[in-house]
Design a binder for this molecule. Structure first.
Ligand code: KG4
Length: 364
């Protein structure tokens, strides 16, 4: 059967993304980011992000159509992130998608951003002019996802382990952060250490020169009252918490300062990173093992982290779990992942959403 040509729109945070796929084939992934406008504030300012989406949307759409060499009239369906994310930012993408759907008469699909992060696992790099995609995925992605697949999503807004039985209608949240997302913890700790924003890449780099064993920071929610056992799971067996870790880093810095000593910034960065990555990977692998998951996809902006990649690979391999890490341009927020999930919905015969839906910033 013919593969649907789907346009995907992403605007949940600071990336304006327009992607085009044909079934599981990636034609283009065009992204414009307002990151630089947020740097001086040390974090994403929702109002600025929303305005930037409005400025960037039409040029990004035009670039995507040109790169994929398709006309709007050729598109079979439109897919848009409708949540979770920043309300105002989501609204820009959703309004744009509705306008396009009305103007072209094409069906519109409202997409869950987190499930879309998993959809990229299905994408083949196109033979077209998809210049924005840097590295091709390792190995050939499958035509369909395995029946019981895991996804570990780690970004500035999310830290989650999902079980996917069917990407179109059976996605279960196994565990998540109960406070800060891991990327958010990186950003906050980087600010504390005077490393600027975004903090993740800065800490990743500095940590390479530090001693991760110099200080031991707490691993949140790993005590037995939270973990329980496999037979009798505790309330947070697969969940994470990073706010206590951030406080521990702050106390640590204060102690060095109070003693009039130089703050060992590289050691603190390395030890902080080790605490984050250790607890993320150990709990994710535990969740996979206890739920019969033998294939897992790593996604989200923190998937760029060298230590997270390394330890996830090591621990998955030790547990006999196959790990897929999409190219970074598909791990961070983008429109291609939204288009990929949209195409799966079209191919599964799922009814379009219509144009009556509202964005849902706290979509489960
Ligand atoms: O998925 P993403 O681009 O979008 C948001 O969730 O906003 O992720 C951005 C997050 C930021 O918190 C950033 O500090 C973090 O990913 N990040 C990293 C690295 N590169 C980006 N964290 C740790 N190590 C990195 N190399």
């Amino acid at each position: 059967r013919t593969q649907p040509l789907v346009l995907g729109i992403e605007s949940s945070c600071d990336e304006t993304g327009v992607g085009i796929v044909r079934g599981t084939e990636l034609l283009t992934n065009t992204v414009s980011s307002s990151m630089e406008e947020h740097v001086r504030f040390g974090g994403v300012i929702p109002e600025i992000a929303s305005r930037a989406h409005l400025d960037a949307f039409v040029p990004t759409l035009q670039e995507a159509l040109a790169e994929a060499n398709v006309q709007l009239a050729d598109i079979d369906a439109i897919a848009v992130t409708s949540g979770p994310g920043l309300a105002g930012a989501l609204m820009v993408g959703v309004c744009a998608a509705k306008a396009l759907a009305v103007a072209t008469g094409k069906p519109l699909y409202a997409i869950n951003h987190l499930v879309a992060h998993v959809g990229v696992g299905l994408l083949q790099q196109g033979t077209g002019t998809a210049t924005s995609v840097s590295t091709p995925p390792a190995g050939s992605p499958p035509e369909t996802l395995p029946d019981n697949m895991g996804a570990l999503l780690v970004s500035g807004g999310h830290t989650e382990i999902l079980r996917i039985r069917s990407i179109t209608d059976d996605v279960e949240l196994l565990g998540s952060t109960i406070d800060d997302a891991a990327g958010e913890a990186y950003d906050k700790v980087a600010r504390l250490l005077g490393l600027g924003y975004p903090g993740g890449p800065a800490i990743d780099k500095l940590a390479r020169t530090g001693n991760a064993k110099a200080i031991r920071f707490p691993r949140g929610l790993t005590q037995s009252k939270y973990m329980g056992t496999a037979e009798e799971p505790g309330p947070h067996r697969y969940d994470w918490s990073f706010s206590g870790l951030k406080t521990a880093v702050a106390r640590c810095v204060e102690q060095f300062e109070a003693r009039g000593e130089t703050v060992p910034v590289a050691d603190i960065a390395a030890a902080f990173q080790e605490a984050v990555v250790d607890v993320i990977t150990s709990k994710a692998v535990l969740a996979c093992r206890e739920n019969g998951i033998t294939e897992v996809l790593l996604g989200g902006g923190v998937a760029a982290n060298s230590r997270l990649r390394q330890l996830t690979e090591q621990r998955c391999s030790a547990a006999g779990i196959r790990l897929t890490v999409p190219p970074l341009s598909l791990c961070t927020d983008n429109g291609a992942m939204v288009a990929a999930l949209g195409a799966q919905l079209v191919m599964a015969g799922v009814e379009p959403s219509g144009i009556g839906f509202a964005p849902d910033s706290s979509m489960p």
